[in-house]
Ligand binder design. Structure first.
Ligand code: SF4
Ligand code: SF4
Length: 471
């Protein structure tokens, strides 16, 4: 039975105890080339996420995703629900871009850009370190009973976690509600915006649970992207790996002469810095998020023992087997599909620059009759004109009928003229007032020119069907 338990323990996650409970990993600090790069990247992303929604230019939030109104504002451009194809190009573009990046550079997203890694490493773990001390002290505190020191340290840590989580959630909601509106709402009683308040409470709870407690467990057992990565990676993808041929047999291996020992001094530093608690020397493992901490840790040891760096390094499975590096055909396929999405996106964005027009019946009754003093009758057709324009220049539009007035005066009545439109969807009431002769003579279709008063150019033509009491 004990043998069986030992075998199980060998294959147990480093983050679980023998009884299946939670084992906390407190990775030791590490410095080095890759850590420097990662930290710079992390700060950039944290600033992007937490500061961006609070920046306003010309009175508008830089990025605002107003889902109920189906209006999305990005750096000065507004997109609407009708821009669905753009969203499809963006989403597919992301899928193919991530597939390309992962098939070439492995789990680079996990190590350098995933919010799970970024927020835990740069904020939550730093708070933990500030309150509870080094990894060794944190381990001791973890193992100790509930003394006063442990109680106040844990309380302070979780209070700071709560403060940070609240800011993260408010910034996140700010992308959807608008940060100014959110500030305004937060001045009032929660009962006035119960749905938003409950959303904030639930989201804060999730963030606290995930970044404060669940942590690397999410990467190991819950992250869907982690599973997706195993599909797109192959033996040519970049991985963080230990050079077994150079490192083994490790120092102090029983039965091995000193002169036969490999470069690994068996210091376990690579294990102690690993945030998922694994030993990279056991080979490629699903728990490895390619954070490179073990590379920096081992390079530091190699420098100290005067051996070449790179015992743990970025490599590929094929390279480990002594074969040359190459790029898999799937990488070219992903790049091509990504470029197709980029071209599709830009051509669709370009199409948005054209003026789009649509005449829709404006009232329930299709026409009204107006009696004139001389017994002549005029017919009025009411239309709602929907306009959509996202070009570079503002337009001042007026509408002209191309047909001659030989059948009588055709009047186009628009409450506000000219129609000013710039980067927006607009709806305008348009009334066509015309003599009965138009219908009696079969002149039922009108051709309308949309003329920009600034450039004096006809920029769009449309047709309108006239209706009246004559079939
Ligand atoms: S840090 Fe390097 S030398 Fe130390 S145990 Fe890990 S692989 Fe071996
Ligand atoms: S094995 Fe190395 S690269 Fe992988 S998660 Fe652990 S420290 Fe990071």
């Amino acid at each position: 039975m004990s043998d069986y338990n030992d075998q199980i323990a060998e294959h147990r996650l480093a983050t679980t105890t023998k009884s299946g409970g939670r084992a906390y990993v407190h990775p030791q600090d590490v410095n080095g080339r890759w850590t420097d790069i990662r930290k710079r990247m992390y700060w950039l992303l944290v600033i992007f996420y937490l500061v961006f929604p609070w920046i306003h230019v010309d009175g508008r939030q830089l990025v605002l995703l107003n889902l109920p109104a189906r209006e999305f504002y990005f750096f000065g451009s507004t997109f609407y629900g009708q821009d669905g194809p753009i969203l499809i190009y963006i989403l597919l573009g992301f899928v193919f871009f991530f597939s390309f990046v992962t098939s070439l550079w492995g789990r680079v997203w996990c190590g350098y850009a995933c919010p799970q890694t970024v927020f835990i490493d740069i904020i939550y773990r730093q708070i933990e370190k500030l309150v509870e001390g080094s990894a060794r002290k944190r381990d001791t505190l973890e193992a100790s009973g509930w003394t006063w020191t442990k109680i106040w340290k844990r309380s302070l840590k979780w209070f700071l976690y709560l403060m940070v989580s609240l800011h993260i959630v408010h910034s996140g909601l700010g992308y959807f509600v608008g940060t100014r509106e959110l500030l305004e709402i937060s001045m009032h009683s929660p009962t006035e915006n119960m749905t938003l308040f409950l959303t904030m409470v639930v989201m804060t709870g999730i963030i606290l649970f995930d970044f404060g407690w669940f942590r690397e467990q999410f990467c190991i057992i819950a992250c869907p992207y982690g599973r997706f990565q195993s599909i797109v990676m192959d033996e040519n993808s970049l991985i963080v790996a230990y050079d077994k041929r150079r490192g083994e047999p490790r120092k102090r291996t029983i039965g091995i002469n000193k002169e036969d020992e490999g470069d690994c001094v068996n210091c376990n530093r690579c294990v102690h810095v690993c945030p998922t608690g694994i030993d990279i020397r056991d080979g490629l493992q699903m728990e490895c998020i390619a954070c490179t901490m073990c590379i920096d840790a081992c390079d530091d040891i190699m420098r100290k023992v005067k051996k070449p760096e790179g015992l743990i390094k970025y490599t590929t499975e094929l390279e480990q087997d002594g074969e040359p590096k190459k790029i898999s055909p799937r990488v070219y396929i992903y790049v091509t599909l990504f470029l197709v999405c980029v071209v599709g996106l830009f051509s669709h964005l370009n199409l948005r620059k054209d003026l789009k027009t649509q005449f829709l019946r404006g009232s329930k009754s299709p026409f009204q009759l107006i009696e004139k003093g001389n017994s002549e009758k005029l017919i009025v057709n009411h239309y709602k004109l929907k306009l959509r324009y996202f070009g570079d220049q503002k337009l001042n539009l007026e509408l002209k009928v191309r047909e001659s007035n030989e059948l009588g005066e055709m009047a186009i009545i628009i409450p506000e003229l000219p129609i000013e439109i710039e980067n927006e969807n607009l709806e305008v009431n348009v009334f066509f007032q015309f003599p009965m002769k138009y219908l009696t003579n079969g002149q039922r279709i009108l051709h309308i020119d949309f003329i920009d008063k600034i450039s004096k150019k006809v920029i769009k033509q449309a047709e309108v069907n006239l209706v009246g009491p004559i079939r």
